[in-house]
Design a protein around this ligand. Structure first.
Ligand SMILES: [Zn+2]
Length: 313
């Protein structure tokens, strides 16, 4: 695809967090049916998607995840420290413990998939200011830790003010864009909404609301990305492999199909092209368009101006 053609595309990504073997659920059979159902919906559209998988799900279905990768889907790591015998929230730990949990998960991924993962989705978006630099150290190049606007200190997941769209992560501050070689690709959210008692914005996770509610989030995000001339425009949907996606009568599956229909109509109405992409493909595209730059913060002192200052000039 040429540069000009890329500029006219608003991509669609679906990332499925695969965690059916997490101790909270532990239903590997459901995990397999759900994952295969999601693949079916993607492939009906001619698209490939992203599957972020916790090590125990990989170990339960090694053949399926290798098969998915051979078919062009992306298989990355999903981190749930509880499934590795730690407490549930990554972001409460210091750098040594974070490094240990990551290294263990990466090794177990490599045992099943034959190489180390480059994409990651952080469970509960639980991270602190050590996390991004440690992800890069562990070999990750892209993924999703942030949930812009979320304020959930009880999960060590606080992202108030974080960027809404793709950006390079900052090595010292998780809510700033920076110059780390890690492309953070947040899920699509409605930045004006609040759910969960005011702690979480409505995001494009399939199971959160119905397709009608998702319509407004998709339309709003598409229009803002066009208005702000975001370099790589995408609608990012997320879900989990814990619903009966292989059943065409399942409500979640119908919601996902509704999201896709809405995406296609909204993007066409705005005069753009549609295309499916993995998170890895979006990250590569972002790297090809946006150079890494150190972030500079300058003090906004416009409000310091006094009447005397005007006359001195
Ligand atoms: Zn998860």
């Amino acid at each position: 695809m040429s540069e000009a053609e890329h500029n006219g595309v608003i991509y669609f990504n679906l990332a499925t967090d695969c965690e059916a073997t997490d101790p909270a659920l532990n239903d590997p059979g459901l995990g397999e049916r759900a994952t295969r159902g999601v693949v079916g919906v993607l492939e009906e559209n001619g698209w490939r998607g992203t599957f972020f998988v916790i090590p125990t799900d990989l170990e339960a279905h090694p053949g399926m995840y290798n098969e998915l990768r051979e078919a062009g889907h992306e298989v990355g790591l999903h981190l749930h420290p509880a499934a590795q015998g730690y407490g549930p929230f990554f972001g409460i730990h210091g750098p040594d413990m974070q490094r240990e949990i990551l290294a263990e998960a990466v090794d177990r991924f490599a045992q099943v998939m034959g190489d180390r993962p480059s994409g990651l989705c952080m469970g509960y978006g639980s991270a602190n200011d050590h996390t991004y630099a440690l992800l890069v150290e562990a070999g990750f190049t892209h993924g999703m830790c942030s949930v812009p606007g979320r304020i959930l200190p009880e999960c060590a997941s606080v992202w108030a003010g974080a960027p809404l769209f793709m950006h390079y992560a900052h090595r010292y501050n998780r809510v700033l864009a920076g110059d780390l070689d890690f492309v953070e690709i947040p899920a699509t959210i409605d930045w004006e909404s609040r759910m969960w008692g005011g702690k979480h914005p409505q995001d494009l996770r399939v199971e959160l609301v119905d397709a009608k509610n998702h319509f407004y989030t998709i339309e709003k995000s598409v229009r803002r990305q066009i208005a702000e001339q975001v370099p790589v425009k995408a609608i990012r949907t997320v879900t989990h492999n814990i619903f009966e996606y292989s059943d065409p009568a399942d409500f979640r599956r119908q919601t996902l199909e509704g999201i896709i229909t809405h995406y296609k109509h909204i993007v066409a109405d705005e005069g753009f092209q549609t295309a499916g992409a993995t998170v890895a493909e979006l990250a590569d595209l972002y790297r090809s368009k946006v150079p890494q730059q150190e972030t500079e913060l300058t003090l906004d002192n416009r409000g310091y101006l006094r009447a005397d200052d005007e006359t001195e000039e």
